[in-house]
Design a protein around this ligand. Structure first.
Ligand code: 3AM
Length: 179
């Protein structure tokens, strides 16, 4: 199974973000129920290793923290390797980095290969490869000052991802409490 660890955003934040939907013709928006903040992509995992991952994450003692979204940005796709992604940024915070480090350590302890890429906390909002550049630039300018209220994050989640007919299907497998 294909796994990733993420924060399943509280409904209030998802509703704020879903309020943007429809404002950018041609964008393919992430379904509001699927909006999340990825902490660590794990990838294809054997069932026995998935059990170990679950045990490692269960044993981790993480602290709850406040989270706010700010600004928008775009990851441009490299060639044909994927659609450009419009995202909402996450205010960098020590507790978020700390949680991310604890997850990384827990995963490496059960043999998951280290993550070499820099952590760029973001919430993917839409694929925008079909949006003309000037239209996207205008939208970004109008929404660059996006700010959401701060919400308390008191758990994180192990998700599985399966290919669906037109988009991946994300399933929350296990929630882990932050204290
Ligand atoms: O949270 P976002 O949408 O940024 O792009 C995928 C999604 O990120 C990413 O993992 C999240 C849940 O699927 N993802 C998918 N395949 C990946 C890969 N091979 C990947 N991230 C890194 N490497």
């Amino acid at each position: 199974m294909r796994l990733f660890v993420a924060i399943d955003l509280p409904r209030s934040l998802r509703e704020t973000l879903a309020g943007l939907y429809g404002s950018l013709p041609g964008a393919r928006w992430v379904a509001p129920d699927d909006i999340h903040l990825t902490l660590r992509f794990i990838g294809e995992t054997r069932p026995d290793v998935a059990d170990e991952v679950d045990y490692a994450l269960r044993s981790l003692r993480g602290r709850r923290f406040d989270l706010a979204l700010q600004q928008t940005g775009v990851f441009m796709s490299a060639g044909s390797r994927g659609a450009s992604t419009l995202w909402a940024g996450v205010a960098r915070s020590e507790p978020l980095d700390h949680l991310r480090c604890k997850i990384e350590t827990a995963l490496q302890r059960v043999g998951i290969a280290p993550e070499r890429r820099r952590f760029q906390p973001h919430v993917s909002l839409a694929r925008v490869d079909r949006v003309p550049d000037p239209v996207l630039a205008g939208w970004m300018q109008a929404h660059n000052l996006l700010r959401t209220d701060s919400v308390t994050i008191d758990n994180f989640t192990l998700f599985s991802s399966q290919p669906g007919p037109d988009r991946p299907v994300y399933t929350a497998e296990v929630d882990y409490e932050l204290v």
